[in-house]
Design a protein around this ligand. Sequence first.
Ligand code: PLP
Length: 464
Amino acid sequence: TDVVGPATPGKPETGISQDQSSVLYHQIRQKPLNIAGGRGSYLITEDGLEILDATCGAAVSCLGHSDKRVQEAIMEQLQKIPYCYSMFFTNTAAESLSKILVDSTGGKMTRAFIVSSGTEAVEAALKMAVQYFMELPTPQPQRANFISRKQSYHGNTLGSLSVGHHVGRRALYEKVLAKNTGHVAPCYPYRGMQSGESVESYVARLAQELEDEFQRLGPDTVCAFVAETMAGATLGCVPPLPGYLKAMKEVCGRHGALFILDEVMSGMGRTGTLHAWEQEDVVPDLQTMAKGLGAGYAPIAGLLLNKHVVDTLTKGTGAFSHSQTYQGHPVSCAAAVRVQQIIQEDNLLPNVRAMGDYLGQLLHEKFDGHPHVGDVRGRGLFWALEFVQDKETKEPYPPAKKLAWTIHVTGLKPEYAISLMPGNGGADGINGDHICLAPPYNTTRSEIEMIVERTSRVIKEVLG
Ligand code: PLP
């Protein structure tokens, strides 16, 4: 119940002007609210408005905003040692976190690698995959292509943006993006499944598309297939169909390519298990994670490596040929260790599953009949509503309408005071506008009811 930060109702403290703000306005094109404090599931503006954070930012703040136990762990680490360089040293916090992560896979993954952001984790995974093929007893330098899924987002540096396929986010940079990634359809039943098609045939069709893409690129030129275990922000909380990831991994295995799961958003508990792949009967060769790892208390992300990748890398040059100044940062690692301990101590994963089911039930009750909500989907505490002009034709709203952003901005009005995560893919016709909901893992039934009630009022104002 403690408010963090100097929220002073009614008194702007910073007087930030639009010209000077650290936030660039390419998306929101308006002055953002200045957040001065936080309590549990609420963000508090400098004017004292308490906003229900129904999305944990970008599915990050999974313990809420004011967990004293994490704050204390950070302070303790700051007093011990704030930083040491991972090229020369290690530190207890980084070692503890690595052990927690490796142990959490029950021995399926054997090494962790800690960086500072989801993008960096993806970049490291891509580079590790390349290095893996160079370190094999017979090196395979021809493996220089990747395959990922349409409309995917894997980060915003040139490498990760090249692998991803979010048309809008790539548009400005197309001419400098790498051309070595093929893209296949995502598993997206709402728009991808044909009428009358069974789950088995849809999955088989997607696997065949991946097989065809391997053949098109040259099967022995593909280094890795990269996919989100559960598609997050850009597709809008789409859980994989049963058997889908297994079928995709089989195609990779057939051609000796690595299978990389990007769990930057869906990992570390968001879908109801610590790793989203645990529900899919697959084990990745490389896995990324980020947002729920440190719950936003510090910037941190990570990679988990399968034993055969570790063995190959360590037999070769003996090290991953990649290092960053803030790798294994002691304060970030200490925060993440405490966050992960709390997820276990407070038994939060069962709560994610129970509250997630409740959220799904209420969303279906409220929106299944809405003329402009085409699809309600999700898993764990990660749900989305996809909007359509016409439910029969599934025609999305034109991108110029910026529907999802309008819903987000409307939600921030004091009469609703809710933060909703907007997403839109309308530009390339793969999906329509959607909003995602991603409450903290310790959320309650009454918060879930409040989220659905406020969301419904916001949608009524925007869409009727
Ligand atoms: N991969 C996925 C699946 C993501 O959702 C994101 C961010 O939303 C990223 C990578 C990039 O992470 P970051 O923004 O921490 O660099």
